[in-house]
Design a protein around this ligand. Structure first.
Ligand code: GLN
Ligand code: ZN
Length: 755
C-alpha cells in the first residue's frame, strides 16, 4: 500500500511567497532574492512530504502566481501583446498575471476565472499566435531535479492537454485546430524530455472530465490521449481527476493506455459505482479519499471501510488526497489561540500528510482495530463535543412550508412600498461599504489590541458614519447606507458575532496570485445570542431623514465562504445561519429600518459542476434558505439583495424566486445582455444593474454614466430600475469614490429630467 498527494500548497506556512512576490512587485527585492526564496520554500515542502512518508510527491506544483499560467508559459500559449514588451521571462510572466504599465508599454492582464467549484482563481490563457506554441520544460526539469537532490523521485504534475485546451481563450480567427496540433506535438516533446531526464511518473491533471461532457468532448479527449500515450515510452502516466466523478468518460479511460487513474471518492458521488462496473488490473487506482478542501480530521473508520470497499474492485491501490492541497491552509502548528479541544479535530495540509501515513499503515495492518492511530481516531470521533444546540434543531424541525413564503406576493408589496417609501424614479443607492481608510482599520486594530475602550471605538465609527451620511445627503443619494466601518469582512463580521464559528490566525488559503483568504470555520450549531448590526443601523437612521438601508450577509454566502462542518449537512448548517439572520432582519425592522439588504455575494459559488445536480444538490435548499431569512417581514419593509457577478441568466428563475424586492448586481463590464434575459423571463424583482465598475480606480464621467443608464432604460421599464455602483466601495480610495458617486447622482438627475 502506498500514498500520494495530488499537489502541495506553495504559498508558505506564513505566506512567505506572498510577501516575497509583493516585495518584488514593489521593486524592493531582486529576482535572485525571489528565486532563492522560492527554492527554499520548495525544499521545505518537498522535505515535509518526504518526512511524512509520502510515496508519490509532486513537483512542478510550485508557482509564483498560478499553475495554469505556468502551463501556458511552458507550452508557449502567450498572447502577442506580452511578447511585444520584450521583457525577461519572469517579468513577462508577471505582466500576464497583472498587466504591465511602464516604459516598455501598457497592456492589460489576462482574465481571471474561478477554478471549478473552489474559491481559487486561475488566469485564462489567451492564444492569438500559434507560432509561439513550443515546449519550454525548464521549470519542470528544474523542480524535478531539486526533488531528486533531496532523494525524492517526484512525479511531475502538468495540466492535461484536454483540460488545458478547454480553458484557453482563442482570440478572433486563431486556428484552433492548428493550435491543437501544435500543442499535441509540444506535449509529445514533453514526454520525450521527461523520459530523457529519467522521470518515472507523469501526472496529467484533467479536472475538466468531471463536467457534463458532450460527445465531441469525448472524442477530443480520446483523440488527444490515443496519440499522446503512444509516445510515452518508459514513462508512466497517471490520469488525475478531482472535484467530481467521471461518469461520462470512465469506460474510455479504462480502454486507454494509462498506467494509473486518479478518482475522487469524496466529491465524486458516482465514483464507487463506476468502479463497481469494473477496473483494469494492470492499472493503479489513485483513490482520493482524504479531503483536500476542508480542514476537519479524517474519520478513519469511515475511510477504512470505503478503502476496503474500493479494494474489492481495484487490486493496485494508492491512497490519495481528493484534490490538490492548495485549497487547504498549511498547518495547525501556528495556531496558538485555538483551544486544544478544537485543534484535536483540525487537519491542515501538513497534518493531512500524517493522516495519509496513518491510513497507509492502518490498511496494511493485520489488526486494524488495535492500531494505535486508529484507536485514537475512533476515540476522537466518539467524544462528546458539544456541537449540538437542541434549541436550534428544535426550531428547524418545527419549520413549516409557509415559513419559506413571504406574503403578500411581490406585485402587491411593490405597490405598498412605492407608496410608502415615495422614492423618485431611478432611486440611487450604493451597495453598502464605503472606503476602509487607514484610520478605520487602525481604530479596529487598536480596539482588538485593547488599546482603546469600546466607547472610544464606537464613537470613532459613529463619527465616520455621520460623515458618510452627510456626504450621501449632499450629493443627493436616495437610499443611504451607514458605510460598514465596523466590519473587517462581510462574512467574518457575522461569524464573529454568531455562536458556532472558530477563527484561525494563519489558516490562509490562496485565492488568486498573492491574495489569500482566511475563511472562518463552522464548528457547531449556529445561533445568535444578541443583535449584531441593529445599534449601528439605528444610530445611522437617527442621523438622517432619508431612508437608511440595514446591511446583512445572507446565509448561503456565509456558508460558502467558510469551512463547512462534516458532521451535519451543508443544508442544515445553512438553515441554522438563515434562522439567525432572520432574527436580525426582524430586529432591524422593529428598530425602524424600512429597507434591509441581505447580500448573497457568493450564491453562485457552490453551484454544482454538473447541471443535472444544480437543483437536487443545491438550489432546492439554497433559495429557500434565503426565503426563510426575509419571509417574516411586513409587506412595507423592502428587502434588497446583492450579487457579485452577473452570470445568472441560467438561474434567473431561481433568483426571481428568492423573492427579494430589489436586486443589485455587477453589470457594468458588458453584461447588459443580461437585461434582455431579465425581460424575456418577465423578471419581477426590481433591479440595480451596477452602472460602473468599482474594481478599478477609474472615475466614470457624467456622460458615460448617462449612456449606461440610457442603455439600461432601453431594456427595462423605468419603474423597475435602480441606480448604483456594481459592488461595495470598501477597497476603493476616498477621492475616486466621492467623484464617481457625485457623477452617478448627477447623471441620474439629468436622465430623470429627460423622462
Ligand atoms: N455590502 C457589502 C459591501 O458593500 C457587499 C460586498 C460584496 O458584495 N462583496 O461591502
Ligand atoms: Zn458585490
Amino acid at each position: 500500500m502506498q500514498n500520494s498527494v495530488i499537489s502541495y500548497p506553495r504559498i508558505g506556512a506564513l505566506r512567505e511567497l506572498k510577501f516575497g512576490v509583493e516585495k518584488y512587485f514593489k521593486g524592493l527585492s531582486s529576482k535572485e532574492e525571489l528565486f532563492s526564496l522560492a527554492k527554499t520554500l520548495r525544499k521545505t515542502h518537498f522535505q515535509t512530504q518526504k518526512e511524512a512518508g509520502i510515496d508519490y510527491i509532486s513537483c512542478n506544483d510550485f508557482s509564483f502566481y498560478d499553475n495554469i499560467l505556468d502551463n501556458a508559459n511552458i507550452f508557449g500559449v502567450v498572447a502577442k501583446r506580452y511578447k511585444n514588451l520584450n521583457l525577461d521571462p519572469l517579468d513577462e510572466y508577471f505582466a500576464q498575471a497583472r498587466g504591465y504599465q511602464g516604459d516598455k508599454g501598457d497592456v492589460k492582464a489576462l482574465a481571471m476565472k474561478k477554478w471549478f467549484n473552489t474559491n481559487y482563481h486561475y488566469l485564462v490563457p489567451e492564444c492569438d499566435d500559434i507560432s509561439l506554441i513550443k515546449l519550454n520544460a525548464e521549470k519542470i526539469l528544474n523542480e524535478y531535479k531539486e526533488a531528486k537532490d533531496l532523494g525524492i523521485e517526484a512525479k511531475v504534475v502538468v495540466s492535461g492537454l484536454f483540460t488545458f485546451y478547454k480553458l484557453i481563450n482563442f482570440i478572433n480567427d486563431t486556428d484552433k485546430k492548428e493550435a491543437l496540433t501544435k500543442l499535441k506535438s509540444a506535449y509529445k516533446e514533453l514526454l520525450n524530455e521527461l523520459n530523457k531526464a529519467g522521470v518515472k511518473w507523469l501526472q496529467f491533471d484533467e479536472p475538466y472530465l468531471v463536467y457534463d461532457l458532450s460527445s465531441s468532448d469525448i472524442s477530443l479527449f480520446n483523440d488527444i490521449y490515443k496519440d499522446l500515450l503512444h509516445n510515452k515510452a518508459g514513462l508512466k502516466i497517471l490520469l488525475q481527476t478531482y472535484f467530481g466523478d467521471v461518469r461520462d468518460i470512465y469506460d474510455y479511460l479504462l480502454k486507454l493506455d494509462f498506467d494509473a487513474i486518479g478518482l475522487d471518492f469524496l466529491e465524486g458521488k458516482e465514483s464507487l459505482n463506476l468502479l463497481k462496473k469494473g477496473f483494469d488490473d494492470k492499472k493503479i487506482l489513485f483513490a482520493g479519499v482524504l479531503n483536500g478542501k476542508n480542514i476537519y480530521k479524517n474519520n478513519y473508520k469511515k475511510t477504512v471501510s470505503l478503502l476496503k470497499e474500493i479494494q474489492k474492485y481495484a487490486k493496485n491501490l494508492v491512497i490519495n488526497t481528493s484534490c490538490s492541497l492548495l485549497h487547504s491552509p498549511y498547518t495547525i502548528k501556528n495556531e496558538s489561540k485555538l483551544d486544544a479541544k478544537f485543534l484535536d479535530y483540525l487537519s491542515f495540509a501538513q497534518e493531512k500528510l500524517l493522516e495519509l501515513k496513518d491510513l497507509k499503515e492502518i490498511l496494511s495492518s493485520s489488526d486494524i482495530e488495535n492500531h494505535p492511530s486508529y484507536k485514537i481516531n475512533i476515540e476522537l470521533f466518539s467524544r462528546e463535543n458539544n456541537r449540538k444546540n437542541e434549541a436550534v434543531s428544535a426550531r428547524i424541525a418545527s419549520l413549516k412550508d409557509s415559513d419559506y413564503v413571504r406574503k403578500p406576493a411581490f406585485k402587491e408589496r411593490e405597490k405598498i412600498q412605492k407608496q410608502l417609501l415615495s422614492l423618485p424614479l431611478l432611486p440611487t443607492t450604493t451597495i453598502g461599504s464605503f472606503p476602509q481608510s487607514a484610520d478605520v482599520r487602525s481604530n479596529r486594530l487598536a480596539f482588538k489590541q485593547q488599546k482603546i475602550s469600546a466607547t472610544q471605538y464606537t464613537e470613532f465609527n459613529q463619527t465616520k458614519i455621520k460623515e458618510c451620511i452627510k456626504f450621501q445627503e449632499e450629493i443627493g443619494l436616495d437610499v443611504l447606507v451607514h458605510g460598514e466601518f465596523e466590519r473587517n469582512d462581510m462574512v467574518e463580521y457575522f461569524g464573529e458575532s454568531l455562536d458556532g464559528f472558530l477563527f484561525t490566525q494563519n489558516g490562509w488559503v490562496q485565492s488568486y496570485g498573492t491574495r489569500c483568504v482566511k475563511p472562518p470555520i463552522i464548528w457547531a450549531d449556529v445561533s445568535r445570542s444578541k443583535p449584531m448590526t441593529v445599534s449601528w443601523s439605528k444610530f445611522a437612521q437617527e442621523q438622517t431623514n432619508k431612508l437608511m438601508k440595514g446591511m446583512l450577509t445572507g446565509p448561503v454566502t456565509i456558508l460558502n465562504w467558510s469551512f463547512p462542518r462534516e458532521d451535519i449537512s451543508t443544508k442544515e448548517s445553512t438553515l441554522q445561519i438563515a434562522l439567525a439572520i432572520r432574527d436580525e432582519v426582524l430586529d432591524l425592522e422593529k428598530a425602524g429600518i424600512k429597507i434591509i439588504q441581505i447580500d448573497e455575494a457568493a450564491l453562485r459559488e457552490k453551484l454544482p459542476l454538473r447541471k443535472s445536480d444544480w437543483h437536487s444538490e443545491y438550489l432546492n435548499w439554497a433559495i429557500p434558505a434565503f426565503n426563510l431569512v426575509h419571509s417574516g417581514v411586513k409587506p412595507e419593509t423592502q428587502i434588497h439583495t446583492h450579487m457579485c457577478y452577473s452570470e445568472f441568466s441560467d438561474i434567473i428563475k431561481e433568483i426571481d424566486a428568492m423573492d427579494a424586492d430589489v436586486i443589485s448586481f455587477e453589470a457594468s463590464r458588458s453584461n447588459l445582455e443580461l437585461l434582455d434575459t431579465l425581460k424575456a423571463n418577465n423578471f419581477q424583482t426590481e433591479v440595480g444593474p451596477g452602472v460602473y465598475d468599482i474594481h478599478s480606480p477609474r472615475v466614470p464621467s457624467v456622460d458615460e454614466l448617462k449612456n449606461t443608464i440610457r442603455a439600461i432604460l432601453e431594456k427595462l421599464p423605468k419603474e423597475q430600475v435602480w441606480i448604483n455602483p456594481d459592488c461595495g466601495l470598501k477597497t476603493r480610495g476616498e477621492k475616486e469614490v466621492i467623484q464617481s458617486l457625485k457623477n452617478m447622482s448627477e447623471a441620474t438627475a439629468q436622465i430623470r429630467k429627460e423622462l
